[in-house]
Ligand binder design. Structure first.
Ligand code: AMP
Length: 287
């Protein structure tokens, strides 16, 4: 495994790989890797000949007052984990190379980024789609793997790829959870022991919602109310949103007739956590 920091070096390397007719798989991350990231890497390994993972805490996707400075970083540990997962190349560019002074170009996906996290984080997705577009241009992957944990991000990236005719196959992977159900996230590191316990209100709410859906409830409002009640009972939890949306448009759903996503964002103390589950009325699948 090699670690590449320079954009130029990365571009030369992928040109060589492409000249050998090899498939490049990319897993973009912000580092501080956990098993959820590794599940994406295993999929990337399966789908490509050369697996590249980017580790870049992208400043443009953090708003003012958000946790860009505190975001956990540990390159040595990440290198070890990535190596064990079979990553061939870590791409870890310096922010000054990604956004040199005078930088002024952004990619904005309009409608699907408006609701959910777009309300409390208005410039977040613009930063995400911009950096992912740049990574696609630099690494030129055939396939890129993302987690369904960041459901709205995945929808926005699919939209960008379709709208801009990018020649990248986008693959979404299921949410990887801790044994007790908490969705894995680099931000879980911020949680104090009482907060870590309080965060379980999220999975309890999702489970209750899935149960209602499994019992045939299709009124989104009823499911949302029960999910909210569970989270509100936890004093350390502050709801940002609990919504049920169409999985393609991300418009609010009233009656679940097509595949929908129950998406939640909750502040536990100072830590903002997101989670979701997909409710599919055709297959009754809950994931
Ligand atoms: P991040 O480093 O948090 O930006 O995440 C990098 C990628 O890993 C994104 O595509 C995330 O959706 C994905 N990811 C993060 N947490 C999980 C998880 N618990 N399960 C599956 N994928 C995840």
């Amino acid at each position: 495994m090699q670690t590449v920091n320079s954009l130029k070096e990365m571009q030369v390397l992928v040109q060589k790989i492409r000249a050998q007719d090899k498939r490049i798989a990319l897993v973009p991350t912000m580092g501080f890797l956990h098993t959820g990231h590794l599940s994406l890497m295993h999929e990337g390994k399966r789908r490509g000949d050369v697996l590249v993972t980017s580790i870049f805490v992208n400043p443009t996707q953090f708003g003012a007052g958000e946790d860009f400075e505190e975001y956990p970083r540990d390159m040595e540990r990440d290198q070890k984990m990535a190596h064990e997962a079979g990553v061939d190349v870590i791409f870890a560019p310096p922010a000054a190379e990604m956004y040199p002074s005078g930088y002024q170009t952004y990619v904005t996906v309009e409608r699907v980024t408006q609701g959910l996290c777009g309300i409390s984080r208005p410039d977040h997705f613009k930063g995400v789609t911009t950096v992912v577009c740049k990574l696609f241009n630099i690494v030129t992957p055939h396939v890129a793997i993302f987690g369904e944990k960041d459901f709205q991000q995945l929808v926005a990236i699919r939209q960008m790829v379709a709208d801009l005719n990018l020649a990248v196959e986008v693959v979404g992977m299921p949410i990887y959870r801790e044994e007790d159900g908490l969705a894995m996230s680099s931000r879980n590191k911020y949680l104090t022991p009482p907060e870590r316990k309080a965060a379980l209100a999220i999975i309890h709410a999702l489970r209750r919602a899935s149960e209602l859906f499994g019992d045939g409830e299709r009124r989104a409002g009823e499911i949302i109310t029960e999910a909210k009640t569970i989270i509100e009972a936890e004093p350390l939890a502050q709801i940002d949103y609990v919504k049920i949306c169409d999985t393609k448009t991300l418009h609010d759903t009233k009656q679940i007739k097509a595949e929908a996503v129950l998406a939640v964002a909750v502040n536990i103390g100072k830590t903002r956590l997101i989670d979701n589950c997909v409710l599919d009325p055709l297959t009754m699948r809950v994931s």
